[in-house]
Write a protein that binds this ligand. Structure first.
Ligand SMILES: Nc1ncnc2c1ncn2[C@@H]1O[C@H](COP(=O)(O)OP(=O)(O)OP(=O)(O)O)[C@@H](O)[C@H]1O
Ligand SMILES: [Mg+2]
Length: 262
């Protein structure tokens, strides 16, 4: 990662204005689009001109080595304070996320499932889900979530942080769907889970896929992510070095060796 002294391009300020629906540029605008994103942790330049498009309902694997900038890219899209977006545009369903705070982006449909899952201690499974629904717009009902996540239904009254890692991951995904999510961002959903649990989470994500949620999945288990995905992006040193189909990455051993070391 390189460092800049000057602070780079002009900063994009979050605004509190309401956003009218406006058309994105181009004849057939993508459902989600990032244009030339540059983001920094202080002086540390970590997202270095990232651009890509996603069609509605597509699932895209965002891959790359440790430290490539995958988490930082998801955090930039979700408009978290760090890393700070200093240049670029982010559009989701005609809404300019680049002008929003994290709270506004979440309200516009960005559902980040972070690596650490952020399950709230002291609350039961059901309380965690209900907490996600205190603000509109609401997504799936609690009943519908329990239909799709029977393990959570069984454990609805259990303190959520006492569940296994796999169950907590299910809760983290369910909590995102409890909101009206238009773009699901999954950061390492299989991390730290035994293979049998990975398969369970995979089944849930297959189901999420058939239901048409537009999704970006970041995963160290690149092969598993590629099997789930339509498309793949590879990040290296904060830049996109490959944008193509998941199949192309599966079939290209040289590409995988060069950027993913698999
Ligand atoms: N809070 C932070 N402050 C400063 N630098 C950071 C911070 N978080 C991450 N970085 C740096 O930003 C770069 C990109 O990190 P990021 O976490 O986005 O990578 P990643 O691709 O998600 O890696 P991993 O596969 O290990 O999760 C790395 O060089 C990392 O050290
Ligand atoms: Mg990461």
């Amino acid at each position: 990662m390189s460092t800049t002294e000057s602070g780079g391009p002009p900063r994009v300020a979050a605004s509190t204005e309401p956003y009218p629906k406006v058309a994105a540029k181009g004849s057939a605008p993508a459902y989600f689009s990032c244009r030339d994103l540059h983001a920094y942790y202080g002086q540390s330049y970590v997202v270095q001109g990232v651009s890509f498009d996603i069609r509605e309902g597509e699932i895209v694997a965002l891959l790359g080595r440790n430290g490539a900038g995958k988490t930082s890219t998801l955090r930039t899209i979700a408009r978290l304070a760090d890393p700070q977006l200093q240049h670029g545009e982010i559009w989701l369903d005609h809404q300019p996320l680049h002008k929003m705070s994290a709270f506004q982006a979440a309200r516009c449909g960005v559902g980040l499932v972070p690596e650490d899952r952020r399950i709230i201690a002291g609350l039961t499974v059901e309380e965690n889900l209900k907490l996600a629904q205190i603000e509109k717009p609401i997504g799936w009902s609690i009943e519908r979530l329990y239909e799709h996540f029977p393990r959570l239904a069984e454990r609805r009254n259990q303190e959520a942080v006492t569940m296994s890692g796999g169950e907590q991951q299910m809760l983290a995904v369910a909590r995102a769907l409890a909101r009206d999510v238009k773009l699901l961002l999954l950061d390492e959903p299989y991390e730290g889970l035994a293979p049998v649990i990975v398969r369970e989470i995979e089944k849930i994500l297959e189901e999420v896929k058939t239901l048409g949620f537009t999704t970006i999945i970041v995963e160290q288990n690149a092969i598993a992510a590629l099997h789930l995905s339509d498309r793949a992006l590879i990040l290296d040193m904060g830049e996109i070095v490959f944008d193509g189909t998941a199949r192309e990455v599966i079939d290209n051993a040289e590409l995988r060796q060069q950027y993913l070391a698999i």
